[in-house]
Design a protein around this ligand. Structure first.
Ligand SMILES: Cc1cc2nc3c(=O)[nH]c(=O)nc-3n(C[C@H](O)[C@H](O)[C@H](O)COP(=O)(O)O)c2cc1C
Length: 190
């Protein structure tokens, strides 16, 4: 089983239908520079308020200096699976001298979604995460004050489950659930 059934998702188009967030990445898989560039192009072409493009990414392929600087700041729960992914994009957005910092965050989220879908279209998987020490990571990565780190996007190929911590195996088996559609669209149920 790769993930639990997703009632209602059958009608979605690819790569939306097969997108999910695995926690078992192949530590022997590498991305080419060309693949990394394509993932970043997906973010680059996301829509944004006034075409402001407030997203910023620290590009940290496994084995790079940026990766080594970032990994110690992962939360305990993320420290097992994130380092096995081929690439981490540490994602932030401009929060100073932008028209609306709220929309900078909104736009970054959309750019991140583009990355996850482009990854799936390339036969890869992506798993976003917020569980890391944002302040310490910003210092370690030399992120300037006007950029606020928000998340990481781990990208890679799914790997063998044998040698990963039980916690990460268990995480993959959790049923994927969603609120009923009516709860999204009926203000009386908000
Ligand atoms: C902003 C954001 C932060 C997240 N933080 C974490 C995290 O720290 N650790 C983790 O394992 N998953 C994290 N996730 C993944 C979510 O738990 C996951 O997307 C959600 O459970 C739905 O599962 P799915 O992506 O497989 O559909 C995060 C996702 C987003 C969008």
């Amino acid at each position: 089983m790769t993930h639990a059934p997703m009632p209602g998702a059958e009608r979605l188009a690819e790569p939306l239908r097969s997108r999910w967030s695995p926690s078992i990445f192949d530590p022997a898989h590498d991305l080419s520079a060309e693949e990394i560039r394509t993932l970043l192009e997906a973010a680059r072409w996301a829509p944004s308020l006034g075409n402001s493009q407030p997203w910023r990414f620290v590009v940290a392929p496994r084995g790079s200096a940026a990766h080594a600087a970032f990994v110690p700041h992962l939360s305990r729960g993320n420290s097992g699976w994130v380092p096995r992914a081929s690439l981490v994009l540490v994602a932030g957005c401009e929060v100073v001298e932008v028209k609306s910092p709220d929309y900078a965050r909104y736009d970054l989220g959309q750019a991140a979604a583009h990355v996850t879908l482009q990854a799936r279209a390339m036969g890869l998987h992506a798993h976003q995460f917020a569980g890391f020490d944002h302040e310490a990571a910003a210092v370690a990565l030399g992120v300037p004050d006007h950029v606020r780190l928000m998340s990481g996007i781990a990208v890679g190929a799914r790997g063998p489950a044998d040698d990963v911590p039980e916690r990460d195996r268990e995480r993959e088996q959790r049923p994927r659930e969603r609120r009923p559609l009516a709860e999204l669209t009926d203000p009386a149920r908000w």
